[in-house]
Design a protein. Structure first.
Length: 97
């Protein structure tokens, strides 16, 4: 079976438009790269020494805190053991396809 012309024309048109869009995007990226490369790079010569910014250091002291557990008086909670028997999950009712 061969596809009809009515179906082939939109698919060809869509393919051409997709290729045009991708080529336009690629050309835009290349154009912007060339525009950025054409700008001169600023270079500092050895005679133009810039004074470095001073670095400020601060000493940080850590205070040691006594370790106190807030729940010393409360008993440990009882951990429930997981059930060994597998249960069926109820997913509700679904209509088949």
């Amino acid at each position: 079976m061969t596809p009809s012309n009515a179906r082939r024309v939109p698919s060809i048109l869509a393919g051409v438009l997709a290729m045009a869009a991708s080529l336009t995007a690629m050309a835009t990226v290349i154009w912007s790269d060339l525009a950025e490369a054409s700008e001169p790079v600023q270079v500092l010569l050895a005679d133009e020494v810039v004074a470095p910014k001073p670095v400020k250091l601060a000493k940080i002291e850590h205070k040691q805190v006594e370790e106190v557990t807030p729940f010393e008086d409360e008993p440990m909670p009882v951990v429930k053991k997981p059930m060994k028997k597998k249960r069926r999950l109820d997913f509700g009712s679904f209509e088949g396809y």
